[in-house]
Design a protein around this ligand. Structure first.
Ligand code: SAM
Length: 331
C-alpha cells in the first residue's frame, strides 16, 4: 500500500487492529528468510506493521493497556536508549527483544527495519519518554514505512507538551509547538522574533527547554513579548517534584533566578500575542527604542537605558549585553 491508495483501505487496516481489542489479525505472520526477524507467536498476534508507542514521561504508571499489549506482542522494540527502555519493560515483565535506534543511526536503522516490516514483522518504536517523533526519533521511520506502504499504528499516550498545556491554565487553542529552541543565544533570539512576527492572533507557544538555558530563554522571551506577558514553566511533570510556575515572564524568571540551580525537565508555555507596530519595534530592538526615547522624549542615553531595562524586566547589565548582541548582529 502506498499513500496514493484509497483512504478506506487504510482505515480498514487500522480498524482491524483497533476493534478486535486483542490486536486484530490472527493471521500467521509471514515467515522470513532473514534470521533477524523471527516473528514471535503469541496468543493475541498483532497485525504486521509499525507501532509508534508512547511511554511514560516520568511516572511509570502512565502507560496504556494497549501500549503494554503491543510492546509484549511485537517482534522487536526499536528504542533510543536500551537501558532506559529495559527499565520500563522490566517493570511490566516484558521480554520482547530490543534494538537501539537513536538520532545518530535512525536513517540507517530505518532501512533495516523497513526490510523487516516488508517481510511482515510487527515492530514497536518507543523513545526514552513520551511520544516517539516529538523532539525524538521516530519520524524518519514512520515516513519511510508510509512510503513503503506499511501500516503505521499510533499508540497514543503521554506527551510532555500536552501534559503541560492542559494544566497550564493558558488557552489550548491555538497552540503552537516549537520543540527545542536553538541553543545558541543569537539563533534562539532570532527564532523567537520570527515566531512573534509570524503571529496574526494570540496563541499559546510551547517549547521544550533545558534547565540550564531556561533563564536565558525567559530573558529573550521578555525582550520580545515584554515582561508582563503570561507564561507557565512546567517542570518534572508526573514526577515527585512536579511543579507549575504560572505568572508573568518576569515573575517566573525571578523565582527561578533566586534558586541555587534549576534542575529537571521543563516545558515552557508562553501566552503570546501578535506584536503591535510599536511593541514590535520596542520588543525586537533595544537600539531602536533607545533612539526613540532619546529623540522623542529627550532622555540621555543612561536614563533611556534605565527605562528600557525597567520596561523589559532586565537588569542594566543584561540590557547592555542585549544591546551589544544587537550591534554585533547589525540591528
Ligand atoms: N517525546 C517526548 C514527549 O512526547 O514528551 C519529548 C522528548 S524531548 C527529547 C525531551 C524534552 O521533553 C525535555 O527536555 C523536556 O523539555 C520535555 N519533557 C520530557 N519529560 C518531561 C517532564 N516529565 N516534565 C517536563 N518536561 C518534560
Amino acid at each position: 500500500m502506498t499513500d496514493q491508495q484509497p483512504v478506506e483501505h487504510f482505515h480498514f487496516r487500522c480498524k482491524q487492529e483497533a476493534d478486535t481489542g486483542h490486536g486484530g489479525s490472527d493471521e500467521e505472520p509471514t515467515r522470513t528468510e532473514d534470521a533477524r526477524v523471527e516473528p514471535r507467536r503469541t496468543e493475541n498476534a498483532l497485525a504486521p506493521g509499525l507501532y509508534l508507542v508512547a511511554t511514560p514521561i516520568g511516572n511509570l504508571e502512565d502507560i496504556t493497556l494497549r501500549a503494554l499489549r503491543v510492546l509484549r506482542g511485537a517482534d522487536r522494540i526499536a528504542c533510543e536508549d536500551t537501558r532506559q527502555t529495559r527499565r520500563l519493560l522490566d517493570r511490566y515483565g516484558i521480554t520482547t527483544p530490543i534494538i537501539s535506534s537513536h538520532e545518530h543511526n535512525e536513517a540507517e536503522r530505518s532501512r533495516r527495519l523497513i526490510e523487516e516490516l516488508r517481510q511482515g514483522a510487527r515492530i514497536a518504536v518507543v523513545s526514552d519518554a513520551g511520544t516517539p517523533g516529538i523532539s525524538d526519533p521516530g519520524m524518519i521511520l514512520a515516513s519511510a514505512a508510509i512510503a513503503a506502504g506499511i501500516p503505521v499504528f499510533p499508540i497514543p499516550g503521554p506527551s510532555a507538551m500536552l501534559t503541560a498545556l492542559v494544566a497550564s491554565g493558558l488557552d489550548t487553542e491555538p497552540f503552537i509547538f516549537r520543540g527545542f529552541l536553538p541553543p545558541k543565544a543569537g539563533a534562539r533570539r532570532t527564532a523567537l522574533e520570527e515566531l512573534a512576527a509570524s503571529l496574526r492572533a494570540p496563541a499559546t507557544l510551547a517549547f521544550h527547554e533545558a534547565p540550564h538555558r531556561i533563564l536565558e530563554t525567559l530573558s529573550d522571551a521578555q525582550a520580545v513579548w515584554g515582561p508582563e506577558c503570561r507564561a507557565v514553566v512546567a517542570r518534572e511533570l508526573t514526577k515527585i517534584h512536579e511543579e507549575f510556575l504560572r505568572g508573568t515572564l518576569r515573575a517566573i524568571r525571578e523565582v527561578l533566578a533566586a534558586r541555587e540551580s534549576v534542575r529537571g525537565e521543563i516545558v515552557l508555555l508562553i501566552a503570546a500575542r501578535p506584536l503591535s507596530a510599536e511593541a514590535a519595534s520596542a520588543g525586537t530592538s533595544v537600539s531602536r527604542r533607545l533612539t526613540q526615547l532619546e529623540t522623542s522624549e529627550g532622555l540621555r542615553e543612561k536614563d533611556a537605558l534605565r527605562r528600557i531595562a525597567r520596561e523589559r524586566g532586565l537588569s542594566r547589565s543584561e540590557l547592555w549585553r542585549e544591546l551589544q548582541r544587537e550591534r554585533a548582529r547589525g540591528k
